[in-house]
Ligand binder design. Structure first.
Ligand code: PLP
Ligand code: SF4
Length: 408
């Protein structure tokens, strides 16, 4: 069925938790304390499928089950294929490991000079500052350490990490991630951010977080003050489906944005969730309306027990093709594969270029119409003669709609 949505509405309200005082509902600590973490709690609210029951039985040894009441409201409890449900409720497929899958599919542990710090690219580091999240995504790349269901016993060494960054002047960009950095207390976060800000060679500080999506209540005025004080702090949030774009998330993005935090979004391409051009288009449009610029669309990493989420790369390319040119350029994320074993993010793009020779480049546009852009200049006037426009060549260029470098 084609995806349809009411563009004028944003989900809001307390849903199943009408009986709870608004002050509790809006309190992020209340949301965390009241997370759904067991099969009994789930069954209080919904009828699980056999596949889900089997998945939940297995989940304990892989990645904890946890869903904030706020986010649980977004699940369509009558639809086993609800895209929110698929992301959060374990399914039997999680227990099936395929040959190509790996526990540490990006080779992060090998590139870790200090526990919690991944230094893969020359000028930037990934700083994993906690192993906890507000809710757990069943396709999580770091399920080996996140939630500690696999007894990884992750202990980030803040002091060691900070000293490593201090002593490596080539590091100009620090990405705080985890787990979810915004689960740290304001005090801990401010300590980390202020220490990073004090390092002269660190120019760019950013946070990767799904907290605005799972727990928008965490984006408090006090937290925003910290971002203001040490800004610019950039943030990548993680929204996969337009249903996740609620009134609460929109407000949280507004608070962040008003505190001077530029917002990007990272989505993971997931079977049954967002492997559809119409769904993706609805998502990126919602993101722009929330002041969030789509940044990356990830091909899912080769995590253990992830095959039931896997989407063919050709489908991903097709989705990008359905966006590029057909909608606002700002709305189009970069589709990437994080190279298995640890080669970094590599763009995967639809092909528009047909041929490049010394004379010209031949390409087609979003509608499939072919164009040529000459690479050689052919003077039409000898030196000293007045310049006359070659009507034919001029027209050809104008007709081809060649955009200038400054695309205004
Ligand atoms: C994704 C990632 C980064 C950041 O990459 P950008 O393309 O700059 O967003 C940095 N380090 C590691 C290890 C990463 O996985
Ligand atoms: S929020 Fe991120 S780190 Fe946490 S479970 Fe989801 S994908 Fe993993």
């Amino acid at each position: 069925m084609a995806y349809t949505e009411d563009r004028s509405t944003w989900f809001e309200g307390q849903g199943l938790w009408q009986h709870v005082p608004e002050s509790d509902w809006k309190d992020w600590v209340w949301q965390l304390k009241n997370r759904i973490t067991t099969i009994d709690q789930l069954e209080k609210y919904m009828v699980l499928t056999t596949e889900e029951r089997r998945g939940i039985a297995f989940a304990g040894s892989k990645l904890a089950l946890a869903i904030t009441p706020y986010f649980f409201n977004l699940i369509d409890r009558n639809d086993p294929n609800c895209p929110i449900r698929l992301q959060l409720i374990p399914r039997e497929g999680e227990s099936i490991t395929s040959q190509e899958e790996m526990l540490d599919s990006l080779g992060e542990d090998e590139h870790s000079p200090v526990p919690g710090l991944v230094h893969r690219y020359p000028d930037r580091v990934l700083f994993l500052v906690t192993d906890r999240c507000a809710s757990y995504c069943r396709y999580c790349t770091r399920s080996r350490l996140v939630s500690n269901a696999q007894d990884y016993n992750f202990h980030p060494e803040y002091e060691q990490g900070l000293r490593y960054i201090e002593s490596h002047p080539e590091i100009r960009d620090v990405l705080l991630s985890g787990g979810d950095p915004l689960l740290l207390s304001d005090k801990k976060l401010e300590h980390l951010i202020s220490r990073l800000r004090a390092i002269k060679h660190v120019e760019f500080i950013r946070i990767g977080s799904r907290i605005p999506v799972f727990l928008p209540q965490r984006i408090t005025p006090a937290l925003c003050e910290i971002f203001k004080k040490y800004g610019p702090i950039w943030m990548s949030i993680h929204v996969n489906h337009p249903k996740e774009a609620t009134a609460e998330l929109k407000d949280a993005c507004e608070r962040l944005s008003f505190a001077g935090v530029p917002l990007g979004n990272q989505s993971v391409l997931l079977r049954g969730v967002n492997d559809d051009a119409e769904v993706m288009k609805a998502l990126v449009h919602r993101l722009l309306r929330m002041r969030v610029r789509p940044y990356y669309l990830y091909q899912m990493d080769l995590i253990t027990g992830g095959s039931h989420f896997k989407v063919d790369v050709r489908k991903g390319i097709e989705i990008i093709q359905a966006l590029r040119g057909h909608t606002t350029g700002y709305a189009v994320p970069q589709y990437v594969i994080d190279a298995p074993g640890g080669g970094g993010k590599v763009p995967v793009n639809p092909e528009y270029v047909e041929k490049i020779t010394d004379e010209e480049i031949v390409f087609h546009n979003y509608e499939g119409r072919q164009f040529r852009y000459p690479l050689k200049s052919t003077p039409v006037a000898a030196a000293g003669e007045p310049i006359r426009v070659n009507a034919k060549a001029g027209a050809a260029v104008a007709h081809d709609d060649v955009a200038g470098a400054c695309d205004i």
